[in-house]
Design a protein around this ligand. Structure first.
Ligand SMILES: [Mg+2]
Length: 192
């Protein structure tokens, strides 16, 4: 039996590309700064990449499935041009109110990815810009990283009782990648 792989699960909007809110035009893809370099660092550390994105715009008919597929095809091609293999895009097309088990903060997309790619969830990370990304990652049994911007850390105001604490919180995916590598090095030292 082959060994399990370690993965970085990635949110899409606000993590890899600018969150255009119901992006329905592949021409409107805009990559966030340093995302290619960030994923090359993590690639070199042995992680595979799986995308987990909520797309309630499908349920609301604001995003057409054919356009969503084309957006993901272009993203995969662009990352490949930069030496990064985005192995799979999982998306939750369900309405916000559905609380469908596949829609974040539920962990369904991560569990599906773990089954498809034989992922060791405890050795893996979920990265995103929402508390719901952190919650999904925690519930799947992963380490988690919160990209600051849409959400703050520590949280402002009175946090919801469902709020999960990320292992890391920082600005931008490149800084996140560097911190993950430092975290992994420290963990390897402690384990040996
Ligand atoms: Mg997001």
């Amino acid at each position: 039996m082959s060994a399990l792989q370690k993965a970085v699960f990635l949110d899409r909007d606000g993590t890899l590309i600018i969150d255009k809110v119901y992006l329905n035009d592949p021409e409107q893809i805009e990559y966030l700064p340093d995302v290619f370099e960030a994923l090359r660092l993590l690639r070199d550390a042995g992680f595979i990449f799986l995308i987990a994105t909520n797309q309630s715009g499908i349920a609301r008919r604001l995003v057409e499935p054919v356009n969503l597929d084309e957006t993901h095809r272009r993203m995969r091609a662009e990352f490949a041009r930069h030496g990064v293999d985005l192995k799979a895009f999982y998306y939750a097309p369900y309405a916000v109110e559905s609380n469908h088990w596949v829609r974040k903060p539920n962990p369904g997309m991560l569990l599906r990815g773990a089954l498809d790619f034989r992922v060791d969830l405890e050795a893996s990370w979920m990265l995103g810009d929402r508390y719901s990304d952190v919650e999904a990652g925690r519930r799947a049994g992963c380490r988690t990283g919160l990209l600051l911007g849409h959400e703050s850390w520590p949280p402002s105001g009175t946090p919801s009782e469902n709020l999960q604490w990320p292992d890391l919180a920082c600005d931008g995916l490149l800084e996140m990648a560097r911190q993950i590598l430092a975290f992994e090095r420290a963990r390897a030292i402690v384990a040996n």
